[in-house]
Design a binder for this molecule. Structure first.
Ligand code: ATP
Length: 269
């Protein structure tokens, strides 16, 4: 139960198409991971084409790093294990060695697998000097040793994807092990529009809904912020209906909700 999730590709349910924007990131991940995991034989000869062992996704909170890692597992046909750095270091006081061994032996059995380490900075952050907890230090050393110890046969089919909002906190030793670093940025206006279209595709919007206006009005929003905004806006017609019912008494027919309009979103901000 130290793992927050272990899922097979069929269960993950997220594909690259469900992620709005981030086209370059998806393309890079496909080249680096999907192909080598699906066709390892093409990467086993020579020195130039080597499967990548570790990837760091970094960027502001809520930009879709977790989502990308999950979708990547779907695309690559890999299982997906997710662990959170801060949970590991707080819970597993003293049992670092056992835990890390279990994780990696489990991963070897589940291969092909993507091990997603969220908040990788708190597990593998810069050495904390005198104030660092002994358990954290042990955990990190164990993790790195197990990682390095993956036999080359396994390493082709086990990929570690770390995510962080604080890349500058990472230790050099970690940076070296995550040779590919990919910046996951906040969406610009065009990309906010793409993301909004994904979230709102099934919603009851007014005719000619101005996605462009909404995208313009949400400068600085992450994908996650946009999702929360859409949820808050979608509540407004429901709220109104409930208030109306309160005044008039519920009608016996099925209530019909009005269309969502731009104002709902602007008011929900
Ligand atoms: P954190 O750094 O806070 O852990 P994160 O970068 O891992 O955040 P996610 O957890 O992947 O972000 O995103 C949170 C939620 O926001 C997702 O479940 C998804 O619903 C939504 N989201 C974020 N970015 C996108 C996107 N580009 N397309 C579609 N949904 C997105």
């Amino acid at each position: 139960n130290f793992l927050s999730a272990v899922v097979t590709p069929d269960e993950i349910g997220v594909k690259f198409d469900d992620i709005g924007a981030l086209e370059n990131v998806k393309k890079t991940l496909n080249e680096l991971v999907t192909l080598p995991m699906r066709r390892p034989e093409l990467f086993s000869r020579g020195n130039l084409l080597r499967p990548c062992k570790g990837i760091l996704l970094f960027g502001p909170p809520g930009t879709g790093k977790t989502l990308l890692a999950k979708a990547l597992a779907t695309e690559a046909g890999a299982n997906f294990i997710s662990i959170t750095g801060s949970v590991l270091t707080s819970k597993w006081f003293g049992d670092a060695e056992k835990l890390t061994k279990a994780l990696f032996s489990f991963a070897t059995r589940l291969a092909p697998v993507i091990i997603f380490v969220d908040e990788v900075d708190s597990l593998l952050g810069a050495r904390g000097g005198a104030f660092e907890h002994e358990a954290t230090r042990r955990m990190r050393n164990e993790f790195m040793a197990a990682w390095d110890g993956l036999r080359s046969k396994d390493s082709q089919r086990i990929l570690i994807v770390g995510a962080t909002n604080r890349p500058f906190d990472l230790d050099d030793a970690v940076i070296r092990r995550l040779p590919r670093r990919i910046y996951v940025e906040l969406p610009d206006v065009e990309n906010r529009m793409k993301i909004l279209k994904i979230f709102l595709s099934q919603e009851n919007l007014e005719q000619g809904f101005r996605y462009d206006e909404l995208a313009k009005a949400t400068e600085g929003y992450s994908g996650s912020d946009l999702k929360n905004l859409c949820i808050a806006a979608a509540y407004r017609p429901v709220q109104e209906l409930l208030e109306e019912e309160e005044k008039q008494g519920a009608s016996s027919s099925t209530p019909s909700l009005r269309h969502l309009n731009l104002e709902d979103f602007l008011q929900a901000k």
